[in-house]
Design a protein around this ligand. Structure first.
Ligand SMILES: *Cc1c(COP(=O)(O)O)cnc(C)c1O
Length: 737
């Protein structure tokens, strides 16, 4: 028998569970369950109310469940069978050695895995340490790496309060608030040594020593290590270093990036993990290159310039930002106060050190750029869609003045989504029936996806309608709760029960309300929009969700305008806004809508992934040709969309007014002339065969490409495998020595 101290949290939890349910503890501590078809009922059956209250956190619900309720469940043969079957599936998954990666990339070994560093991870709504697209992508990256058996560990930060939550006031103004994460009640394990003491690493930040502890969460076969400075022996200010995601000013930002980059490398070392490759997912983690250099110098006694190439050999970089202002830069003052003690350990002068992050050498006012540092010290760099690759090469040509733009060493790997996470269980079940039980193991195979054609229209439409009805019910309950919170009058609260209609053409629009995403493009000609949405015979409805960054006043004004529009008498039941967008709401939306609308200013959407999630559920994209949709959209010889719609055209102008007019006109025209007529062309049984044909095209053409299994395969073969290198010349030659 192990002593209490050396017991894992899962073992402790198992102790309280009745025998037939003991293994639920193992499932609860591994997010693998969240992408099984059983995810809907497995933990929810314990108590539907409690499940809601604890934000679908399986550890939370098991910890609080009464033993009466737990033993009650053990009398239910169906539940016991479900748990047993799932545990068997889990054990098979975890012990499988014959994986894709073991066959295709045996050179990436378990002893020397890939370390994937990112400032946020969106694994599940119960682990709220993500803000949006970057985090969800990182979460999906880990899940597919697990499914394919790629030896990989994640490294991130464990935020005490995560990203802000959103509530809308009476006037439609966004109010921000934070909630505490209680780590002990989450699927997290604090990493400890043989004596049961937390393993920590020490960093010097702002002339103070800061101790960082390490938590682990399991994502299938992949471990995600999360760094946390909230320890009693740290200065109260430093305990908040990992308090909020993207919350503070430049000062907290650089401190957090020190924890992630330098702390991340130290933490892996403390855990005896020796990565073969460090993948910097976005520039936030770029300081890790410095710590890898420092460690290598310490071990070899060589100079920075002697080991520089070996650092580059181990680091790869993905950039996500198509606008210069989106890249982190720090002033030389900030760099002085955070790194004056550090550059001597690299045996570099201040000038040599600052030059590592300077776009132009020899300019004393040039700030320190994280993307610049990453591009200089990584052997490969890539954008996240074909178009984003082009944009990135243009943007960073300045670092490679002797090369033409198309020779700038930045490639691209288009983002995807983790299919089992984002596909509704009802459709997973249908795919299993028509494409084979193991459909999720052959996501890259277009021939398998072609079997979607064998699904009878009626069956696909029926399941889609169920999912749409689910979205309608979910939206009503969310809107009703929000109106109650705002103490709106009784009639308004009751009216939430009449919102939306599962028979009506339903559009989804959910994303960050950043001005470039043009959340209100649809309202540009408000009268015309009202005619489309308020049409009595062929109405249209739309569900919005999304947050504006707390400091983004313009984004907040866009939300306010949408909330105002929701109150227009002729569309009262046709427009809804769901507050506090998160992964769960995202799933309900992408699984329930007919059309996914995306109208960013081109080319500012690096990739976008929410439209990809929609495809797996038979939804159809209506989007500006930006990001991934440039590659996904297919049209016939007459320019008519086959698997979705393309909004507007690039007028190649800096006149935003003009571009907005072109795009909104095009959007109205598409809705009036193509989308609405196609949807309402239904047979006597209410089946829109033309529409269903397009749903199938959307699935067949997009699903094999825009999934993270394809993306991981690309990373493994084009980036992680040894020898993959962009021909970047050493920086030695161009630096002041
Ligand atoms: C997929 C997803 C995103 C990414 O959205 P894009 O606008 O496509 O980049 C953001 N937030 C949540 C909750 C998501 O599920």
């Amino acid at each position: 028998m192990t002593t209490d101290r050396s017991m894992t949290p899962a073992e402790k939890l198992a102790q309280k569970l009745p025998l037939p349910l003991k293994r639920l503890a193992d499932l609860a501590y591994n997010y693998w369950w969240s992408w099984t078809t059983d995810r809907v009922s497995l933990f929810q059956r314990i108590s539907a109310d409690e499940w809601e209250r604890c934000n679908h956190n399986p550890v939370g619900i098991l910890q609080t469940a009464s033993s009466e309720r737990l033993t009650e469940l053990t009398e239910d043969p169906f539940y016991i069978k479900q748990v047993k079957a799932l545990v068997e599936q889990f054990d098979r998954y975890m012990s499988e050695r014959n994986t894709w990666a073991s066959r295709v990339a045996p050179q990436i070994s378990r002893e020397h895995p890939v370390a994937y560093l990112c400032a946020e991870f969106g694994i599940h709504e119960s682990l709220p340490i993500y803000s949006g697209g970057l985090g969800i992508l990182a979460g999906d990256h880990l899940k597919s790496a697990s499914d394919l058996g790629v030896p990989l560990v994640g490294v991130g930060l464990l935020y005490r309060q995560g990203y802000f939550h959103q509530r809308l006031s009476d006037g439609g103004w966004q109010e921000d608030y934070y909630l505490d994460n209680r780590f002990e009640e989450m699927p997290l394990e604090l990493m400890t040594n043989d004596q049961g003491q937390p393993i920590t690493v020490e960093l010097e930040i702002r002339q103070r020593s800061v101790k960082v502890q390490i938590w682990r969460t399991q994502v299938g076969r992949v471990s995600l290590y999360l760094l946390d400075t909230d320890r009693q022996d740290n200065d109260p200010i430093d305990r908040w270093l990992t308090g909020h995601l993207y919350g503070g000013n430049q000062e907290t930002r650089i401190a957090q990036e020190v924890v992630l980059g330098i702390g991340g490398v130290k933490a892996l070392e403390a855990l005896n993990i020796e990565p073969a490759v460090y993948h910097l997912n976005e520039g936030h983690a770029a300081f890790c290159t410095l710590e890898i250099a420092r460690l290598t110098m310490e071990k070899t006694g060589k100079s920075f310039y002697d080991i520089e190439a070996s650092v580059r050999d181990r680091c790869v970089f993905t950039t996500h930002t198509p606008v210069p202002a989106g890249h982190d830069v720090f002033s030389s003052d900030l760099m002085d106060s955070y790194f004056a003690h550090y550059w001597p350990t690299l045996k570099l002068s201040r000038e040599q050190f600052l030059a590592l992050g300077a776009r132009r050498l020899g300019d004393p006012w040039e700030p320190f750029g994280m993307t610049v540092l990453a591009l200089r010290l990584c052997r490969t760099a890539n954008g996240v869609s074909e178009l984003h690759g082009v944009v990135s090469r243009k943007m960073w040509n300045i670092l490679y003045p002797d090369r033409p733009e198309n020779k700038v060493p930045i490639g691209y790997i288009t983002n995807g989504v983790h299919a089992p996470t984002w596909t509704a269980p009802l459709l997973c079940d249908l795919y299993a029936q028509y494409m084979g039980e193991d459909w999720a193991e052959h996501l890259l195979d277009p021939q398998m996806w072609a079997k979607v054609d064998a699904i009878p229209d009626e069956e696909l439409w029926e399941r889609h309608k169920i999912l749409k009805a689910r979205l309608v019910a979910y939206t009503r309950s969310k809107v009703k709760a929000a109106r109650q919170n705002r103490h709106e009058d009784h009639h308004r609260i009751q009216a939430a029960d009449e919102l939306l209609d599962a028979n009506v053409l339903t559009i989804g629009f959910a994303r960050r309300f950043s001005p470039y995403k043009r959340g209100h493009l649809l309202l540009r000609d408000a009268e015309r929009a009202l005619r489309i949405f308020g049409n009595a015979n062929r109405p249209v409805q739309i569900v919005f969700a999304g947050k504006a960054h707390p400091r983004d006043e313009e984004g907040k004004r866009i939300i306010q305008r949408l909330m105002e529009w929701c109150k227009h008498p002729s569309i009262l039941t046709r427009v809804a806004f769901i507050e506090d967008y998160n992964i769960y709401t995202g799933q309900k939306l992408v699984q329930g809508v007919d059309v996914w609308l995306n109208n960013p200013r081109r080319p500012l959407e690096a990739s976008g992934t929410s439209g990809e999630k929609v495809c797996f559920n038979g939804g159809i994209n209506c989007s500006v040709l930006d990001g991934w949709w440039c590659e996904g959209y297919k049209a016939d010889a007459n320019g008519k969309g086959l698997n979705g719609w393309a909004i507007g055209e690039d007028a190649n102008t800096s006149d935003q007014e003009l571009q907005d007019r072109i795009d909104s006109e095009s959007l109205y025209r598409l809705l009036e002339e193509e989308i609405v007529p196609l949807y309402y062309d239904q047979d006597a049984n209410g089946i829109p065969h033309g529409w269903v044909r397009m749903m199938k095209e959307s699935i067949k053409t997009n699903a094999p490409l825009f999934n993270t299994d394809r993306m991981i395969a690309d990373y493994v073969t084009q980036v992680y495998a040894p020898g993959c290198a962009a021909d970047v010349k050493p920086i030695l030659a161009s630096l002041p020595v």
